[in-house]
Design a protein around this ligand. Sequence first.
Ligand code: FMN
Length: 218
Amino acid sequence: MTKILQIDASARVTRSLSRGLTNAFYQNWSASRPNDIWIKRDVGLNPPSAISEEWIASAFTPLDKRTPEQVAILRESDELLEELEPADIIVIGTPMYNYGMPSSLKAWIDQVIRIGRTFSFDLARGEQPIEPILTDKILVILASCGEGGFGFGEANASQNHLDTAIITASKLMGVTEHYVIRVEYQEFGDARHQKSVEDAHGKIPKLVQQLIQKIGDQ
Ligand SMILES: Cc1cc2nc3c(=O)[nH]c(=O)nc-3n(C[C@H](O)[C@H](O)[C@H](O)COP(=O)(O)O)c2cc1C
């Protein structure tokens, strides 16, 4: 049985294109594999807390030395990690806000990437002291943007700090393979946007089947 963690980050509910993509992914997957385990975490509607000085001090205090207050400060992070750690596939539906990710999604990332849980740090490793603890997770980013041309090698690629930032950070969540499907030109509402929506929704069933083939009988 495969475990899938779905994160939705749009502040919009009814008109959200990224939620439309995650929903299509879920529907396609469930039609083929109804018994897999899905966890849905809606950070757009319920943003995780921003981390604080106390949070950082708690995370860097060894488990057996934490005060009851420090244990309590990390409870939210623990709860989010209990969803992330067993996940084989992480599906993130996200808008582009101000050329990057929504603050709610960044807050989730800051809560789940944690020393001793998702990565280890050892200066004896030289210039690469950080190593992931988790491994073999697949990340699927289903994004929506108001403008366009954000793909690799395209005109506005250098302004895309959305999927690039998520992919970089995801290595510390144990992601070793990623896929991006993006809707563009939402703000223009023109033929480019229509085509982009159609293309994105056309890619989802193909990606679902590709991943199902890949995971086999898991
Ligand atoms: C606060 C805000 C900031 C945005 N910033 C950008 C941006 O920097 N670049 C862009 O291409 N689109 C931007 N957009 C447009 C959204 O990315 C677009 O509306 C997208 O479809 C939102 O995702 P959703 O449909 O899932 O809500 C912004 C929209 C909002 C509401």
